[in-house]
Design a protein around this ligand. Structure first.
Ligand code: ATP
Ligand code: GNG
Length: 228
């Protein structure tokens, strides 16, 4: 079984690359609950009131996806459980959670991580992190067009997004649950440029080979599924 997780800030391209990568490798994609998430619009309308609820919602749905993913042989997950605390901590730091909510959240997270430790596979095999600058992030958020994520929706979102990027840098540097790699999301338009898509897929395939998750002579035309 091989598990690949994508990470990166809002609009970095995780869902898009999850689809492309899983299609390329012939594995199953698992997406973060966004369009069917009833709490997300509430959170953007009143972050202070809904930050804790949203966090619990994401933790719960993420846990479901991880359990489902473990029933499949190989899979690609759009965002890791390890990023949930980054979001929560950032929201707590800007006063959107009470001390009781902070304590409860970390206890719940700790409890869930304990459950993951008992699963047949504790950690992913590879984390693929998409790096984007603030300008790219905003362009992508605009392109996708969820109304409540637009800068025009709330004047504090610019600060929120810039802060999020600042939190991601040390988070990625510290991340050590699995091998990891970065994709330059500013440079490569893997959505519309076939050439860029190939470069990005090659980078990921090379890394999977390096960590022993694909045979060294694998190429797409051999059409072999990624190794258990
Ligand atoms: N490398 C890229 N080049 C050009 N456009 C991209 C790229 N990656 C993503 N996009 C576009 O940017 C938008 C956001 O992408 P996507 O939904 O995949 O981001 P995400 O990281 O999953 O976001 P979120 O964290 O909000 O779930 C989409 O419209 C997508 O088509
Ligand atoms: N507050 C908060 N905590 C999370 O754990 C979290 N995970 C994702 N998101 C938001 C970002 C995008 O708008 C949208 C899609 O990623 O959902 C989160 N927001």
């Amino acid at each position: 079984m091989t598990v690949i997780v994508l990470s990166g800030p809002i609009g970095a391209g995780k869902s898009s690359l999850t689809g492309i990568l899983s299609n390329y490798l012939g594995t199953k994609p698992f997406y973060e609950s966004v369009d069917d998430n009833p709490v997300l619009p509430l959170f953007y309308a009143d972050p202070k009131k809904y930050a804790f609820l949203l966090q619990v919602y994401f933790l719960n749905t993420r846990f479901h996806s991880i359990k489902d993913a473990l029933t499949e042989d190989n899979n690609v997950l759009d965002r890791s459980i390890y990023e949930d605390a980054l979001f929560f901590q950032m929201n707590a730091d800007i006063g959107r959670a009470t001390p009781e909510e902070v304590d409860t959240y970390y206890e719940l997270l700790h409890n869930m991580m304990g459950e993951l430790d008992r699963m047949p596979k504790k950690n992913p095999d590879l984390l693929v992190h998409i790096n984007v600058s603030y300008d790219t992030m905003i362009k992508r958020i605009q392109k996708r067009g969820r109304p409540y994520e637009q800068l025009s929706y709330d004047s504090t979102l610019e600060d929120y997004y810039k802060r999020l990027l600042r939190y991601y840098k040390p988070w990625y540097e510290k991340y050590d649950y699995s091998p990891k790699m970065e994709i330059d999301g500013d440079k490569y338009d893997f959505m519309s440029s076939e050439e860029d898509r190939e470069v990005v897929l090659d980078q990921i395939v090379d890394k999977l080979k390096e960590v022993g998750k694909l045979p060294m002579d694998w190429n797409k035309s051999t059409d072999i599924q990624i190794e258990a």
